[in-house]
Design a protein around this ligand. Structure first.
Ligand code: VGL
Ligand code: ZN
Length: 218
């Protein structure tokens, strides 16, 4: 039995990379539990469009604690007038930890957005970079790509629930898409943020769904 295609829909898989999985330098809590639901969703092939993002930093990136003497991972600093968490070194371009996770079938992806490649600017969202020196958040171009294809509904899964998934969902909503976060196909850097994440999503009109709602036979 198969489920019907979701018209005007896109699935965005955010940063499913070894450095965010168990044993990685920026491991998300229970990250490995997302692989099965993501694979189940892909197997159904219900989306009209498929996008992945890949965190892709040069060595010495400004978001790395190691780039700031006297700082340690998870400290927060002000950068260009906005808070910036300093992370362990992660997803350095060309390293195994930055690859797309080998347990996911990436063949369906139409677009892969690499982000965080500007050494001086972090980039959480699939849609826009974080604030830069000019006080701007440059677009990645994904909004236009989706709108040119009449996408209305954006479903987001991946890592991290409280960082790149959250920022991507907020930007998707702000761009006017009906936005859905597939909760069990995401995992947080820390589960302590889950209540706040849920609250923020709901307040902004972003819907929280479960992978079973997409994969159960009907
Ligand atoms: C992410 C922190 C730093 C993420 C990326 O994918 O959520 N988090 N870089
Ligand atoms: Zn990063």
């Amino acid at each position: 039995m198969t489920n019907s295609i979701l018209p005007h829909s896109a699935l965005i898989l955010v940063d499913i990379q070894p450095d965010f999985m168990a044993g990685g330098p920026l491991a998300c809590e229970q990250a490995d539990t997302i692989v099965a639901p993501v694979q189940a969703i892909l197997a159904q092939n219900r989306f009209a469009h498929y996008v992945a993002t890949q965190d892709w930093h040069p060595g010495g990136h400004i978001s790395f604690a190691s780039s700031h003497s006297g700082s340690k991972p998870f400290d927060s600093i002000a950068l260009y007038g906005h808070p910036q968490v300093l992370w362990p070194d992660h997803c350095v371009q060309g390293t195994n930890g930055a690859a797309l996770h080998s347990g996911i079938n990436w063949d369906r992806m139409h677009v892969i957005v690499r982000k965080g490649a500007d050494s001086a600017v972090d980039s959480y969202s699939a849609f826009r970079e974080n604030y830069n020196q000019a006080g701007e958040r440059p677009a990645t171009g994904l909004t236009g790509w989706l709108k040119d294809r009449q996408v209305q509904d954006v479903y987001i899964a991946g890592l991290a629930r409280d960082v790149c998934v959250l920022w991507s969902a907020q930007d998707a909503r702000a761009a006017g898409f009906n936005t859905f976060v597939i909760w069990d196909a995401t995992a947080p850097v820390t589960g302590q943020t889950d209540a706040d994440t849920r609250k923020t999503l709901v307040e902004q009109g972003i819907r929280i769904v479960h992978s079973e709602e997409l994969t159960r036979n009907r």
